[in-house]
Design a protein around this ligand. Structure first.
Ligand code: TNX
Length: 538
């Protein structure tokens, strides 16, 4: 049973001559914890005297992060120790309780707080709850009411996505984005790294991908998009993450219990690679790194042996950089018109014996063949694939996890009925590149609007799903495509606070109450302010 905490802000002066004020913490945070039980008795006082007790190196990483969070909000930084004193400590442990590795148990008494995670990730989420419960400000102590909080997430895959191709964000910004994800208990960062408008990652032995493919000679002027008279600026635009950058970011994310899922989008959205190595395309080019947004017919040639070798080279290096069990291989928005007239693609269709039938065309089967090739190469490294929902149309088997993006897709074509594991990221609800409302100054004015309440109202497992379908929904994600989001400040504005609503869908299945959510969100917005995140005000 959930016991809500309605806490008033208390200002309590201590009796000492160096009187410090203390403000009562509020466990009504975002995402909402499963069970909060106020146990009565004296509160725990977090003050400059409090130390964090971390028994091992992983918990020391958690402790350092928490010490930083406390410092940002209160101005003091708790010391980290290996052994607990008699009182005034917060102990970080792992090894309790919950069957869920990300669950945690928080026990708050007058003398101590014990944050017991099922593993170190669970401890981290317990600390996030303590962080988010802080009220008051700089120079004030925090009074945590005596309580037992038991919590664990609804979904194992809780994703946040960022497109660093259409616009490029340097490593410092990507790290801030990862911090934003961590604040919202998100544990997967889906990183879109290649597309028509740029190739963003260093690949050894393929220098042109970054010398040529990472740069475009201008960018579409947003107001002219989709008109008969599109115009481009002439400002060279580009950016690359070196291997050192990538490894640094992978480690930064891992400290925050976030796995990075890199996306290498195949076989469409590949013009930057074609511009670098024109022999990878059906016509041999010339191609130019795209300056506009949308979908192009120029995709990888599936009849060309060198394309399969290229895919192998890329995947072999991706697994060296990213330890993630899953790699995203795209599969979306690949028009197959060029393949219909390409002699090499047609020869490949012949040699593979692919035939059009009632399910799919021969070209679609060829697309499936190339995706299968990428998946097999990754499998040889022990990795699995995620792909966009077009994979289903083209007949990929259920070993791929499907990222379902084309609408809410709860009618059966989302793959849950036919046995796919599915991550829900519907562009009707969870596309944070779409504006909140008419008249927004940031984002694309052309596309549908997705207000905060629409995000919050989304139900990843609709009532009519069978238990089998429900079990196939493994996660939920929000996407930030950046065609019309040129700066990182704008990325923050588009993501926040919609990411907060997303985090509730991902973490809790408590009955929805938008007004109560908005009230809890006010507490989170205090942290947005303290961290200097840009956000859309409520
Ligand atoms: C569709 S989502 C795309 C992206 C665009 C996005 C804009 C998906 C698989 N493909 O390439 O950036 O719409 O919202």
């Amino acid at each position: 049973m959930r016991i809500s905490v309605y806490s008033a802000v208390l200002l309590i002066a201590t009796a000492s001559c160096t009187a410090r004020q203390a403000v009562e913490a509020d466990y009504d945070v975002v995402p909402l914890p499963d069970k909060v039980e106020l146990t009565g008795g004296d509160a725990f006082r977090l003050s400059p005297k409090t130390c964090l007790v971390a028994a091992d190196s992983t918990q020391t990483v958690n402790a350092r992060l928490f010490a930083g969070y406390v410092e940002t909000l209160t101005g003091f930084r708790p010391e980290i120790k290996a052994d607990a004193p008699a009182h005034d400590y917060i102990r970080l442990t792992a090894g309790n309780v919950s069957e869920d590795p990300e669950g945690y148990l928080l026990t708050v008494t007058a003398d101590s707080i014990v944050v017991d995670g099922a593993d170190a990730a669970g401890t981290f989420y317990g600390l996030q709850t303590l962080r988010k419960a802080i009220r008051g400000g700089k120079g004030e102590d925090v009074l945590y009411p005596a309580a037992v909080i038991k919590d664990s997430p609804r979904f194992a895959y809780r994703g946040g996505h960022l497109d660093c191709v259409r616009h490029f964000f340097p490593t410092d910004s990507v790290k801030i984005y990862i911090d934003m994800l961590a604040l919202h208990n998100i544990n997967r960062f889906h990183w879109h790294l290649t597309d028509d408008q740029g190739w963003r990652i260093e690949i050894k032995g393929r220098p042109r991908l970054t010398d040529t493919g990472a740069h475009r000679r201008g960018t579409l002027i947003a107001e002219t998009w989709g008109t008969d008279h599109e115009e481009y600026d002439t400002i060279p635009y580009g950016g690359v993450y070196t291997r050192d950058h990538l490894c640094d970011i992978v480690a930064y994310a891992a400290d925050r219990h976030i796995t990075i899922i890199p996306e290498l989008d195949l076989p469409g959205h590949m013009v930057a690679a074609l511009a670098s190595y024109p022999e990878l395309g059906c016509t041999g080019g010339p191609y130019e790194v795209w300056r506009r947004w949308g979908v192009t017919d120029d995709i990888l040639c599936a009849g060309n042996d060198s394309v399969y070798m290229f895919i192998d080279e890329i995947m072999d290096q991706i697994v060296e950089i990213f330890p993630s069990e899953y790699v995203h291989i795209g599969g979306d928005e690949a028009p197959l018109a060029k393949w219909e007239t390409c002699p090499k693609c047609q020869a490949r269709i012949q040699s593979l014996g692919l035939k059009t039938d009632s399910n799919s065309t021969a070209e679609q089967k060829l697309q499936n063949h190339i995706m299968r090739h990428a998946a097999d190469r990754l499998a040889s490294h022990g990795r699995k694939v995620i792909g966009w929902d077009e994979l289903i149309d083209n007949g990929f088997d259920t070993t791929a996890v499907i990222m379902s993006w084309r609408g809410p897709q709860d009618g059966g074509q989302d793959g849950t009925k036919t046995g796919y594991k599915v991550i829900k990221v519907p562009n009707t609800h969870l596309y944070f590149d779409y504006q909140y409302a008419e008249g927004d100054s940031v984002g694309a004015p052309y596309w549908r609007k997705i207000p905060l309440e629409t995000v919050y109202s989304y139900e990843p497992v609709p009532a009519h799903y069978t238990p089998y379908q429900a079990a196939n929904v493994i996660g939920v994600q929000g996407n930030v495509w950046t065609e019309f989001i040129p700066t990182f400040r704008d990325v923050q504005y588009m993501a926040l606070p919609r990411m907060a609503a997303l985090s509730e869908l991902q973490w809790t299945d408590a009955p929805k109450d938008f007004e109560a959510f908005k009230k809890r969100l006010e507490g989170l917005i205090r942290i947005y302010k303290a961290e200097r995140y840009n956000y859309k005000p409520l």
